[in-house]
Design a protein around this ligand. Structure first.
Ligand SMILES: [Zn+2]
Ligand SMILES: [Zn+2]
Length: 128
């Protein structure tokens, strides 16, 4: 990998990390990052980051475009995630709610929910 790619990769990860509560299309990332990243590199790097598990990719509503969001795997151990089927944004369920839910289900059915489970639904913003 050439040096400029490494630099762009780092600034891309930094950008996504500091905006990990938001989800973006690649076009939005390119606009917001401005000259820090080139368009072709952004597309290539995002594909790679999804493969590496650093970034979550989901379909935005009924459209054919994808939104991307940084997911910190270490921080995300031990809680479930909720994904909005309209905007594609991923929300982190807090740890105690996760444990509560998992225990409830386990006690009632004996079924153990996998911690990588993603709950699908509509977020507060999209419900309006
Ligand atoms: Zn999380
Ligand atoms: Zn939403």
């Amino acid at each position: 990998m050439r040096v400029y790619n490494t630099h762009q990769r780092k600034s891309l990860i930094d950008f996504l990390k500091s905006n990990s509560n938001r989800s973006f299309t690649i076009e939005e990332i390119i606009i917001e990052m401005g000259e820090e990243i080139s368009q072709s590199t952004a597309y290539r790097l995002m594909t790679k980051l999804v493969e590496d598990g650093l970034v979550h990719r989901s379909v935005k509503g009924n459209s054919r475009s994808f939104v991307y969001q940084f997911i910190n795997n270490e921080k995300c151990e031990g809680h479930l995630h909720m994904k909005c089927t309209d905007c594609g944004k991923v929300y982190h369920l807090d740890h105690s709610t996760t444990v509560h839910m998992q225990n409830d289900i386990k006690n009632n059915t004996g079924f153990e929910i996998d911690s990588h489970t993603v709950l699908l639904g509509r977020c507060n913003t999209c419900k309006k």
